[in-house]
Design a protein around this ligand. Sequence first.
Ligand SMILES: [Zn+2]
Length: 479
Amino acid sequence: MKATIRIGILVAIILTLAGGMAFAGDAICLELDGKLIETDVAPIIENSRTLVPYRALLESMGAEVSWEQEAEMATAILGSHRVQVTIDKTTAFVNGVTKEMDVPPRLINNRTMIPLRFVLENLKCTVDWNNDTRTVIINSPKTDGPSEIRTIAYEETDDSYRIIARGSEAIKNTRTFAYEGPERYGIDIFNAAFPDRVGSIKADNQVFSGVRFSQFDDDTVRIVVDLNEKVAGKVSLSEDRSEVYIDFDKPGSEGNRGHEGEDEQNPGEVNEDLQGILPELDWRATGKLIAIDAGHGGADPGATGKINGKEVLIERDLNLAIALRLHQLLDQAGANVVLLRDSDITMSLYSRPEAANTMNADLLISVHNNSAHNSTSNGTEVLYYDKVGIESYGITSKELAAYIQKELVAEIGLKDRGIINCPHLAVLNKSLMPAVIIEGGFLSNPDDLAVMLTEEFKEAYAVAAARGIINSLNAWADR
Ligand SMILES: [Zn+2]
């Protein structure tokens, strides 16, 4: 009985602390899959929404939960679904896409209290309320997937040959692969079932002769494309993640790479000017989508470099110039690359990882330069944060950071500050793919600034970043 008394005291404390919150009568019970669950802090009701301590409940249903102290953000992953909420903010991220809640999560008595229905329904649980017993009745998702692949179809669009796999549920993750002799390109859809077991489509187009698919193992559906030549497909997902698209650019079409008028070369065709400058990109990695973020922009200038009190360099402009060149280099190397901003516009910090998530980018590269309050800090560093649940990309943020830092230091020649784990930066922790922030040099350091004012610096930065990215993609292809 002691436990009950203690809970009673805690509830009293919450009531005292949480002035404006209405607490309706008796305690609220939580029932998960037919069993009552005990939480150390009792659920409360705010604006007709039930708030529950998130860790106790979610862990008892087998969800993976984590807490980021600086961002005050709680993350829950259950099966293929991920919900992220922040204390006192009504904006949540559901599978990386923003959604609004009626009431925000609260920090009460050192416990994160989350809006129960919002979080659980977005984790695909069902939530009911029994008013007589004052019990919240929760049922976990019937199964943790698998997504049943109902159809696999082939269609020709204006500029691509497309294979579409339609699933019954959101698809958690996929992995692409490629083989030579004979050339094949394929994708594994994890946590998926294909009731027909095997199937095939004949497709006599310029790029491939056919598509085969099968239940590869207990929970993986494999699609293999028999290629006529060495070309990689580009994989994307529908917004609700229930459909997977594999697109092969039609030879001669611009595909979805690059920007109008920038170059006329065909996809996969490598520009001769790059010989000796960049390593050759493994054809098997050419479908991986690289999102490049030019840091700051528009109303946000970032750091400024001054000589004798006069502004001589603005980070916003420097980052953009480097990002444009990096994009051009990777594009010419045959990579699948997109810029999040290609002009001097204002973009919020959060919109950058969100944009990369929405386009299902495989890598996110954020181009920045540094500054400090003192004028002595100098050198080059790359920031990363190794997130959970992204193993299927085949390369981690830390590895990506190391590949890029190595090239930057060799090419630019500023002090090597190494790679740094930074869990609290939005670009790194809100993105769902391996991501890094490059800090080329310090605008606040006179020696770095003198280097950074040169054209050679921008070129060296872009070339080195492109090399590091290509090296990491090639390493991925070899795995
Ligand atoms: Zn910056």
